[in-house]
Design a binder for this molecule. Structure first.
Ligand SMILES: [Zn+2]
Length: 291
């Protein structure tokens, strides 16, 4: 089960990993906490179009449906409303009723209900910094950790289904400074242009605002070199949310295969034994389930 804040997050964070596990026979469920109603249109070709802006919720649902099909995953909406990314100094207050303002227990119960129904062995979410400082991403982290801890407790949320204990919880570490630096340097070494200058600037800016974050502890690298095509196709299906000529797509799959063929994760909670570093999110579980 991969818990994400907005439609499109599942395609930019860990998507190749999900596609690989689907191909290998795993059942994968994406939980999308919000409808992405307050996301800006980021594709220059669609910016300023009133028909797009007026129908953004429906359009994003249709985009999610296409991405879901491409990745081969199941997907459920948790049904909360996008908080938007507050911009300005000081930032404006969050809009009433948005996901980040819903009482925590209410949002945790909604996710616990999904966990108890789907009964995942592994859950993924973002780290405590949200991966990036969007209030919905931070909230997504909070409810995922809380649901992982509450789902097996029959006294918590007794009306939300039969208890179930997921065995591992991971944080997505897709965009580590380490990875971006390696790709940046490899591009420059080949005399190619690097699209990552802007990425470093943005990350520095986030860290100025959020305070320096701890370096992610990458425990698990999943080889997904054969699944970058599926990941790109899924992300491009979120047509309003990505610039098809943007930095994300500027690194060739050959270079990724050579320099960084994995998607990376941090093991945050585990109830099984596995040897670190791992190359499989199900390490320690396959043995147990097959026993
Ligand atoms: Zn997001």
């Amino acid at each position: 089960m991969a818990v994400h804040a907005h439609p499109d997050d599942e395609s930019s964070k860990g998507a190749a990993t999900m596609a690989r596990y689907v191909d290998e026979g795993a059942e994968v469920l994406v939980i999308t906490c919000t409808g992405g109603e307050r996301g800006s249109v980021l594709n220059p070709k669609l910016q300023g179009r009133k028909d797009v802006e007026d129908n953004i919720s429906e359009i994003r649902r249709a985009e999610m449906e296409r991405a879901r099909e491409i990745l081969g995953v199941q997907q459920h909406w948790l049904g909360f409303v996008d908080s938007g990314l507050p911009e300005g100094d000081p930032p404006p207050p969050l809009p009433a009723g948005c996901f980040a303002l819903v009482p925590l227990e209410e949002a945790v119960e909604a996710l616990v209900r999904e966990v108890r129904a789907f009964r995942p062995h592994v859950m993924t979410t973002y780290d405590e910094f949200g991966g990036y400082p969007h209030p919905d991403h931070i909230r997504c982290h909070e409810i995922s950790v809380a649901a992982f801890e509450a789902a097996a407790d029959p006294d918590r949320f007794p009306d939300a289904g039969d208890p179930w204990q997921p065995l591992k919880l991971y944080y997505d570490v897709g965009f580590s400074r380490e990875r971006t630096t390696a790709l940046h340097e490899a591009l420059l070494a080949k005399g190619l242009e690097s699209p990552f200058e802007e990425w470093f600037k943005r990350r520095d800016e986030h860290e100025r605002k959020q305070g320096e974050r701890r370096a992610p502890n990458i425990t698990t690298r999943v080889d997904v070199a054969d699944w970058f095509g599926r990941r790109d196709a899924a992300l491009l299906a979120h047509e309003t949310q990505v610039d098809p000529d943007g930095w994300f797509f500027k690194t060739s799959h050959d270079l990724l295969r050579e320099v960084w063929p994995t998607e990376d994760f941090e093991l945050a909670r585990s109830l099984v034994d596995s040897t670190l570093p791992e190359d499989d999110l199900f390490a320690g579980i396959r043995e147990q389930v097959n026993a």
